[in-house]
Design a protein around this ligand. Structure first.
Ligand code: NAP
Length: 257
């Protein structure tokens, strides 16, 4: 190996390091986003959590080491103002989920419900990228989040499935347009977060048991599993325009329904 290539490899290794980097996680206050935020912080980055409501130290003492910024991904003025306030940064991860206001049989849905989810998830991700990208430093990256429905639709989730597919298409388009900024998507399988708190306790525990018994990984997903994948996408300088599935093999076995 030549001295130049050793130096190049060493500089790649350095650039992979997240120490001192500034990461913005939209939706980072809870669930998968918090898993990403904690992983980035453990790697030495300073992390900004952006979402609709800032949690007080009394309410969430464990968030004291993070900076919080108000951002509503349904409101372009709010997204723009948030990134102006944040200033230059290194990596953007958008995990936020709008409330699942619309699900159920397609024939029972209204266009308003579908529009609301599409606007929250797809256009919200679009706006975070549009107003976050100008602030990204060289070697920056954007990571979006979708879900297994993008490749295996289930009855009752037409709007969610459509929004996920649109976000994955956006991710690839932006990898082309924003390069050398890298743009990727993580497609998680079941991850045990408060997103499932709408289920009664028995049903949630039953679902977790089914996941543990049927998914090839024989466990449920944890927010830190997604955090691990997000660090890879932030630090590998040759990965862009791709979708990484972190799903315990969910799509290899029959759907849980
Ligand atoms: N958990 C799973 O099993 C799973 C599986 C596949 C895919 N996913 C996808 O992963 C994403 C995150 O899931 P999760 O389980 O982490 O959800 P979660 O725990 O419910 O977290 C949602 C986060 O989004 C923020 N948020 C909601 N509306 C927002 C808005 N309008 N603007 C800005 N932030 C907003 C919330 O903070 P505020 O209330 O402060 O705004 C909250 O921090 C979703 O897109 C979901 O569809 C999840």
């Amino acid at each position: 190996m030549s001295t130049e290539s050793i130096q190049a490899a060493a500089s790649v290794a350095l650039s992979q390091h997240l120490a001192g980097k500034k990461i913005v996680v939209v939706g980072g206050k809870t669930g998968i986003g918090l898993g990403v935020a904690r992983a980035a912080q453990a790697a030495g980055a300073s992390v900004v959590l952006a979402s609709r409501r800032i949690a007080s130290v009394q309410e969430r003492p464990e968030l004291a080491d993070f900076t919080q910024v108000r951002l509503d991904m349904r409101d372009e003025a709010s997204v723009k103002a948030a990134f102006e306030a944040i200033g230059p940064f290194d990596h953007l991860v958008v995990t936020a989920a709008p409330d699942l206001g619309t699900w159920g049989a397609f024939m029972d849905e209204s266009a308003d419900g579908a529009r609301s989810y599409m606007e929250g998830k797809y256009l919200g991700s679009w706006m975070c990228a549009r107003h976050g990208a100008p602030k990204l430093r060289a070697q920056g990256s954007i990571t979006f989040l979708t879900g297994g429905l993008a490749v295996r639709p289930k009855p009752g989730y037409a709007a969610v499935t459509s929004a996920f597919v649109a976000v994955e298409a956006l991710s690839k388009s932006l990898a082309l347009e924003l390069g050398p900024i890298r743009v990727n998507t993580i497609r998680p399988g079941f991850v045990d977060t408060d997103m499932w708190s709408f289920l009664p306790t028995d049903a949630r525990e039953g679902l977790k048991r089914q996941v543990e018994e049927s998914f090839p990984a024989r466990r449920t997903g944890k927010p830190e599993d997604i955090g691990h994948a997000a660090l890879f996408l932030m630090t590998n300088p040759y990965v862009t325009g791709t979708v990484i599935e972190v799903a315990g093999g969910e799509n290899l076995v029959p759907s849980l329904g």
